[in-house]
Design a protein around this ligand. Structure first.
Ligand SMILES: [Zn+2]
Length: 172
């Protein structure tokens, strides 16, 4: 039997709102990622949150419970994937392989959720393969969006520029 107190703190699925009880992995308590402290913050308390991966038995969405609003995480995200040359090279080789394996061409469409600064999708463009990146961190998606940022979403999701959606050909 579930007490009133239990139901008050019961996690709900972020997709279907069913109660979620099943832990996939518990990684303990952590501060928000990519939130670097400034010198004047070093002697202050830093919030830590449970990094507990759970799964919904109703819709099988694997998820974290939401403790902070997206704006707190993604307003000034400090990680840019393309700063690591070896990672960009890995992405290039991955694109070569996946294009061959899935026989992707100009009639395909590649969508990346959490596309960061375009480190991966940029490699599809010379091949003429349309791409769409969705990135919640405006400051990360911004540098690659350039002038096309006018066409992006103003919500919490940032969508890559229309100029990048179709191998560099402007579509809107
Ligand atoms: Zn669910």
């Amino acid at each position: 039997m579930v007490s009133d107190l239990d139901s008050m703190f019961e996690a709900r699925c972020r997709h279907c709102a069913a109660p979620v009880h099943d832990v996939v992995i518990d990684l303990g308590m952590h501060p928000l990622c990519e939130s670097y402290l400034s010198r004047d913050q070093l002697n202050r308390m830093e919030p830590f949150y449970p990094l507990v991966v759970m799964v919904c038995r109703n819709c099988w969405l694997v998820q974290l419970e939401q403790y902070v609003e997206p704006g707190e995480i993604f307003s000034e995200y400090a990680y840019f994937s393309s700063y690591a040359a070896s990672w960009v090279e890995h992405a290039r080789k991955y694109v070569e392989g996946i294009v061959r394996r899935l026989e992707l061409d100009e009639h395909s469409r590649v969508i990346e959720i959490a596309s960061n600064d375009g480190y991966l999708l940029q490699h599809f463009l010379p091949l003429g393969i349309p791409v769409l990146g969705v990135e919640p961190a405006a400051n990360v998606a911004g540098p690659r969006r350039s002038e096309a940022s006018r066409h992006s979403s103003s919500s919490s999701e940032r969508i890559w520029p229309s100029t990048w959606r179709n191998g560099g050909a402007r579509t809107s």
